[in-house]
Design a protein around this ligand. Structure first.
Ligand code: F6P
Length: 322
């Protein structure tokens, strides 16, 4: 193998740059040339290829976002799109690829490599942490720290005004951002897509809590079946007209910012391991870190989001915030 490619795809996440840097430098150490594909699968179809050297990845380990840009490609889901991408890859002489992304990225990678003879290794890049085969995805740690920082500030003002705050966090299909940040900020409740009947549980909890508590914070994952922060606030107001309720939607600030130390280290390890996996002839697997060890999980398994979040953690969060 002489030439590989690396690209980022789907929602960006802090730490992707650290991973790109690790891929390029590990490849260079092993005398492989690296091509960067801009805008993920879209760029593969459009022929947006750039040469990456040890120098081109200087000074990016600390930067959020992705220097390779990213996109969610509809065209890659079609036969024509994949065919065009394959033609372009062949023209470039690319023999293996590292795909940094989440569920959609790996679903596309799996299908692509079943149609064309190319080995693809995945690195889990998503703030949602909703992939099987890694304890932490690249971006999750930074995102939850951003949430914690924001909610600590919200707590200050909530406490001063004796208010109930509904804070909406990201997570279209997954409540892992809500769960972990909820524990860390001492939230009075969380609402997540993985558990049903959240609203009745939360409404009951708001009524039962300690009377001397002046502020209450409910973290709602955007994908919760009740329809996000504003909808939840309406229901709380309906049941408790005397509560002073406010909503804060944190939005895309969760996707930006300098990656944490843990993120940079994990992303570096995964990028390094991804190139090693290509050199060993592995394919269609996502590199992850489980119990501090590098492991490889087939794409088909990695994309299966956990149906139920650790019930013990949920219970603990509720007990600790009584
Ligand atoms: O997949 C990561 C994620 O941040 C989700 O949590 C969120 O629902 C989605 O991306 C938002 O995507 P976009 O920026 O394309 O609207």
């Amino acid at each position: 193998m002489q030439k590989i490619a690396v690209f980022t795809s789907g929602g960006d996440s802090p730490g992707m740059n650290a991973c790109i840097r690790a891929v390029v430098r590990t490849a260079s150490y092993n005398n492989l040339e690296t091509i960067g594909i801009m805008h993920g699968y879209e760029g593969m179809i459009n022929g947006e290829f750039i040469s990456l050297t040890k120098k081109s990845v200087s000074n990016i380990i600390q930067r959020g976002g992705t220097i390779l840009k990213t996109a969610r490609s509809q065209r890659f889901m079609s036969k024509e799109g994949m065919e065009k991408a394959w033609e372009n890859l062949q023209k470039q002489g690319i023999e293996g690829m590292v795909a940094i992304g989440g569920n959609g990225t790996f679903t596309g990678a799996e299908e692509f490599s079943s149609l064309y003879p190319i080995n693809i290794i995945g690195c889990p890049g998503t703030i949602d942490n909703d992939l099987v085969g890694t304890d932490f995805t690249i971006g999750y740690d930074t995102a939850i720290n951003t949430v914690v920082d924001a909610v600590d500030k919200i707590r200050d003002t909530a406490e001063s005004h004796d208010r109930v705050f509904i804070v909406e966090v990201m997570g279209r299909d997954a409540g892992l951002i809500a769960l972990r940040s909820g524990i860390a900020v001492g939230a009075e409740g969380i609402m997540i897509p993985e558990s049903k009947n959240d609203i009745s549980r939360i409404l009951a909890r708001l009524g039962k809590g300690r009377k001397d508590k002046s502020s209450k914070i409910i973290i709602v994952a955007e994908g919760d079946e009740n329809g996000g922060g504003y909808k939840v606030a309406e229901k709380v107001k309906e049941k408790y007209p005397n509560y002073d309720v406010r909503v804060s939607v944190l939005g895309h600030i969760q996707r930006g910012g300098a990656p944490t130390c843990m993120e940079r280290v994990n992303a570096s390890r995964m990028g390094y391991a991804a190139v090693q996996a290509l050199l060993e002839g592995k394919k269609n697997v996502m590199v992850g870190i489980v119990n501090k060890e590098i492991c490889h999980t087939p794409f088909s398994q990695a994309i299966k989001h956990i149906e139920e979040l650790n019930p013990e953690l949920l219970k603990m969060m509720e007990i600790l915030s009584l």
